[in-house]
Design a protein around this ligand. Structure first.
Ligand SMILES: [Zn+2]
Length: 427
């Protein structure tokens, strides 16, 4: 097992040193294998390719992907069992549900081997911003997962954001992390709690921001407060690590793990500099192939595809992804998005990372004292989720905000902004 881990880490790290030609060849080789595999072992892609009049051999390079239709999260929700490869048993896979943060929820299977690749890629993201063996990482996750992948070299500590700030401060002062991995709305709030002297004593060298879209003024505020640069990474449960920022603040897409296309509004490849929808094909998850998957985020390819950091992974512009809102109460109190995730998403996770309690939700503040929570039941739904949610609502908002909870068959028609799941929409 240890040897396997090292070899994954080595594979991932070799790609860092490849030039554009080598990376493109590797990507296309992996793509051909994946297309072949998906055609031969899933009902979904066999039908999809047959309907499109395409044989696996027709897809030779990433450019040929345009011959295939794109797929959405809703397509996968509907045809879930057909998309899973018949070469894999669910019991031999790691199962994760996408969090509410990515909208409609999906159960995603990962073969264990590809999961190791994924973890290796996380270290690659961190190493791009200065993480090396023996440095210390502190990360915040609602449910810290034990990766068991540190070889004792990478010292890390996972904390849950719900911990009282006093305890978090104590951990920071004692552990003195070199790198902090955190979501932006939480970093802003944590920053306001720590004094300048605390920050000096902790001595963080770099911050990796994840999960949410980062607004420039929040980023500037976090850098000012923590006195260090911030970098963003782009990952998802479905695809693993998609892209990450290097020390030069360029976002490199990992084309050894995914084929990242950007399509214009007509579905054609966007030109460099032209904003479009991101469409992803996984090159590493054989248990549940994702081919031309519309993840719901937007970006553009950089006109200048080189970076002085030395990496040859293609450069893209900022990711326009999820941006959730804070809620505002009548007394002026602002409730940041991360606190709202805690009451909505934490109870979901308590049922197990592999359970799909809800298949979609939308929490929208309509008035200063009123919000709606719309949800669609998932296959693992249990009434106790609603009681936990109600408890959370009561403890977070008290009497300031009443939340009407309503089950729906489909949420899309009540949503006014497509990519928001926590939305302030006060008229
Ligand atoms: Zn770079």
């Amino acid at each position: 097992m240890i040897i396997k881990k090292f070899s994954k880490l080595r594979d991932v790290s070799i790609c860092r040193k490849m030039d554009t030609r080598q990376l493109t060849a590797l990507r296309d080789d992996r793509l051909r294998k994946m297309i072949n595999h998906a055609y031969r072992s899933t009902v979904f892609y066999k039908n999809l390719m047959n309907d499109a009049g395409i044989k696996p051999a027709d897809i030779r390079t990433a450019k040929d992907l345009v011959y295939l239709p794109t797929i959405s999260k809703a397509d996968i929700q509907e045809r879930y069992t057909d998309i899973i490869s018949d070469r894999f048993n669910e019991k031999d896979c790691l199962v994760r549900t996408t969090s509410g943060s990515s909208g409609k929820m999906l159960r995603v299977l990962w073969e264990k081997d590809s999961f190791l690749t994924r973890i290796s890629m996380y270290y690659r993201c961190l190493s791009m911003i200065g993480y090396t063996p023996f440095k210390k990482l502190l990360y915040f996750l609602p449910t810290p997962e034990k990766t068991g992948f540190t070889f004792g070299l990478f010292r890390q500590r996972g904390l849950e954001p719900k911990m009282p700030f006093m305890d978090i401060r104590k951990n920071l002062l004692e552990f003195k992390p070199d790198i902090l991995a955190i979501y932006p709305s939480y970093a802003v709030e944590l920053g306001s709690y720590l004094s300048s002297d605390d920050i000096d004593r902790i001595g963080i060298k770099a911050i990796s921001l994840n999960s949410e879209m980062i607004l420039p003024h929040d980023q500037a505020e976090i850098e000012r407060k923590f006195k260090c640069p911030t970098y963003s990474e782009y990952s998802s449960v479905e695809m693993g690590f998609i892209a990450s920022m290097c020390k030069k603040k360029k976002i490199h897409t990992f084309n050894d793990n995914v084929v990242l296309e950007i399509l214009d509004s007509d579905g054609n490849p966007a030109l460099p500099g032209e904003r479009g929808e991101i469409v992803l094909t996984s090159l590493t998850n054989y248990a549940m192939p994702f081919i031309r998957y519309r993840i719901g985020d937007y970006s553009h390819f950089s006109k200048q595809n080189t970076c002085s950091c030395g990496l040859h992974f293609p450069v893209i512009g900022p990711i326009e992804g999820r941006k959730d809102d804070s809620f505002v109460m009548a007394n002026g109190r602002s409730i940041p998005a991360w606190k709202i995730y805690e009451i909505v998403e934490r109870p979901l996770e308590e049922f197990g990372m592999d359970k799909m309690v809800l298949s979609d939700f939308y929490l929208v503040q309509r008035k200063i004292d009123m919000a709606n929570f719309f949800y669609v039941k998932g296959p693992d739904f249990h009434d106790s989720y609603l009681s936990k949610l109600e408890e959370g609502i009561q403890s977070l908002f008290g009497n300031d905000l009443s939340v009407n909870i309503r089950e729906m068959d489909n949420i899309d028609r009540v949503k006014t902004v497509k990519r928001k799941y926590i939305h302030r929409d006060i008229i």
